[in-house]
Write a protein that binds this ligand. Structure first.
Ligand code: PHE
Length: 449
C-alpha cells in the first residue's frame, strides 16, 4: 500500500494538477475534480485493486483471467505507461536540473525571466537530465530495490507535505500591482482557485474541464494504467482494502489541492486571469523559483530541499510505471528482469529524446481539442490521459459492470466482512454513469464535438 501511495503521489499532483487547474479557471476545475475523485476515482481504484487481489496476476494477465475476450485490455494497460514514462521522465529531468541548480547555489538564477524556456529549448542539457532520470529509474527497477525506496517514502512524503503547506501559506502573502495599476493579492488568487466562477460558463468549457479533470484524476491516482492491478495482486487477503483505498484517495487529493494552493495564487498575483488561462507544463518551474527568490537566502535552502523531495516523489512514481512495464515483459515474453529493463529503458530513451527535441529541432504547434497548443510532450500527454486512459477505464467498467458483474469486486473487497458504505454508489457508477460519461468524453477528446 505504501508502494501504491508512492506511485500515486508524484509529478501528477505537484506539476500537472496546478497547471491544468489554472488553465481551466481554478475553482470550476477544483469542484469538478473533487466530485470526480469521490465517484470515478474511488470506483476505479476499488475495481483495479480488487481485480489485482482477486486474480493475483499483473495487469497483463489479470484481464484475461477475468474474461478471455477482454485479454487485450492487458496490452492496452501495458502501452499506456509506455507512452507516459518518456515524457514523465523529461519533466523528472527538469526537476533534476532545478534540484542541481539549487544545490549548487544557483537557485536564484532559475527565477529570472526566460530561464525555463531557454533551458528546455537548449539541445543537450534537457536531454542529459532526462536520460539521467530514466537511468536512475531503470537502475532501481533492475536491482529490484524498490522496497528500500518505498520505506523512505514514510519519512520523505510527510516532509514534502509539510513543505507544501508552508509554501502555500507563504503564497497567500504575495501582492503585486501590475502596469495597468491593478493590485492583486495571494488571497484573491486563493479565491480564484477555490471558488468556482460560473459566469460565461458554456457547455464546451464545462466538457473540456470535465475531460481534463478526469484525465488528471486517472493520472494522479495511477489508475487506468494497470499499475494498481499489479499492486493489488501483492495485497494480502486479510488486509482491509477499503481502508487503503480511502487513504490513498485522501492523501493523493490532499497533495494535489495543496500544490494548487501553493502555485495558483502566485500565478494569479503576477499574471492575472489571462496568465492563468495560458498556463502550461512550465508553470511550476516558473512560479516556484519566484516564491523561493522572494524569501532570500532561506529560499535557496528551502528550494534545494523542496526540489529534492519532488524529485524523490517523481522517481517513486516513475519506478512504479517502469516496474509495471517490466513485470509485464517478464510475464509475457519470459525475458529476464535485466533484459526487460534494458529493452524498456531503450524504448523510453528514444521517445524521451524526441520529447526533448520537441522544444527545439522538432518544434511544432499543434492545436488540441482541449485548447492546448501542443508540442510532443503535450501530445503524448493528451493521447495517454485524454484518449487511452478513458478508453481503458471504459472497457474496464464494461467488463466489471456487465460481464463479470460488480458483485465479484464487492465480494473481494468485503472478503473479511468489512463494511462497504459506498456500495450502492459503486454499482451505479461502474454500470451506468462511468461508461456513459466516458463514451461522451472520448467523443469529445477525439474532436467529434
Ligand atoms: N500518479 C503518478 C503521479 O501523480 C503518475 C503515474 C501515472 C504513475 C500512471 C504511475 C502510473 O505523478
Amino acid at each position: 500500500m505504501l508502494a501504491a501511495a508512492g506511485s500515486a503521489v508524484g509529478l501528477g499532483n505537484i506539476w500537472r494538477f496546478p497547471y491544468l487547474a489554472a488553465k481551466d479557471g481554478g475553482g470550476l476545475f477544483l469542484l469538478v475534480y473533487l466530485i470526480l475523485a469521490v465517484t470515478f476515482g474511488f470506483t476505479l481504484l476499488t475495481t483495479e485493486l480488487a481485480i489485482g487481489r482477486k486474480t493475483r496476476r499483473s495487469s497483463l494477465s489479470a484481464y484475461r483471467r477475468l474474461n478471455p475476450r477482454f485479454k487485450n485490455l492487458g496490452i492496452l494497460a501495458l502501452i499506456i505507461p509506455m507512452v507516459i514514462l518518456p515524457y514523465y521522465s523529461a519533466v523528472g529531468g527538469w526537476v533534476m536540473k532545478y534540484t542541481v541548480a539549487y544545490l549548487t547555489g544557483n537557485g536564484a538564477e532559475t527565477a529570472t525571466d526566460g530561464y525555463f524556456n531557454s533551458f528546455i529549448s537548449s539541445e543537450t542539457e534537457p536531454l542529459i537530465y532526462t536520460i539521467l532520470f530514466m537511468a536512475a529509474t531503470a537502475y532501481v527497477v533492475y536491482r529490484g530495490v524498490n522496497k528500500g525506496i518505498e520505506s523512505s517514502s514514510k519519512i520523505l512524503m510527510p516532509i514534502l507535505l509539510l513543505m507544501i503547506v508552508g509554501i502555500a501559506i507563504f503564497s497567500m502573502t504575495f501582492e503585486y500591482t501590475s502596469d495597468d495599476g491593478v493590485t492583486r493579492s495571494g488571497l484573491d488568487g486563493l479565491k480564484v482557485f477555490v471558488i468556482p466562477d460560473f459566469t460565461d460558463l458554456t457547455l464546451d468549457k464545462l466538457s473540456i474541464t470535465i475531460m481534463d479533470a478526469i484525465g488528471q484524476l486517472f493520472f494522479s491516482l495511477s489508475v487506468a494504467t494497470g499499475i494498481m492491478i499489479t499492486y493489488g495482486s501483492y495485497v494480502k487477503s486479510e488486509d482491509n482494502l477499503i481502508k487503503s483505498i480511502n487513504k490513498i484517495e485522501i492523501f493523493d487529493t490532499l497533495v494535489a489541492f495543496l500544490a494548487g494552493m501553493m502555485i495558483i495564487p502566485v500565478v494569479f498575483v503576477f499574471m492575472g486571469q489571462e496568465g492563468m488561462n495560458h498556463s502550461g507544463p512550465g508553470l511550476m518551474f516558473i512560479c516556484l523559483p519566484k516564491i523561493f527568490a522572494s524569501m532570500g537566502t532561506v529560499g535557496t535552502v528551502l528550494g534545494a530541499v523542496f526540489f529534492t523531495m519532488v524529485l524523490f516523489a517523481a522517481l517513486t512514481s516513475a519506478i512504479s510505471m517502469m516496474e509495471g512495464i517490466v513485470a509485464s515483459f517478464i510475464d509475457k515474453f519470459g525475458y529476464s528482469r535485466r533484459k526487460s529493463t534494458a529493452i524498456e529503458f531503450v524504448i523510453c530513451a528514444v521517445v524521451g529524446v524526441l520529447v526533448c527535441f520537441g522544444y527545439n529541432i522538432l518544434y511544432f504547434e499543434l492545436p488540441l481539442p482541449n485548447g492546448v497548443t501542443a508540442q510532443i510532450l503535450d501530445l503524448l500527454d493528451y493521447i495517454s490521459n485524454n484518449m487511452l486512459m478513458p478508453l481503458l477505464a471504459l472497457l474496464t467498467c464494461v467488463l466489471v459492470g456487465w460481464i463479470t458483474k460488480p458483485k465479484k469486486i464487492i465480494d473481494e473487497i468485503t472478503l473479511n466482512g468489512e463494511p462497504f458504505t459506498r456500495k450502492g454508489l459503486f454499482i451505479v457508477m461502474v454500470k451506468y454513469i462511468a461508461p456513459l460519461l466516458l463514451i461522451l468524453l472520448l467523443f469529445k477528446s477525439v474532436g467529434v464535438f
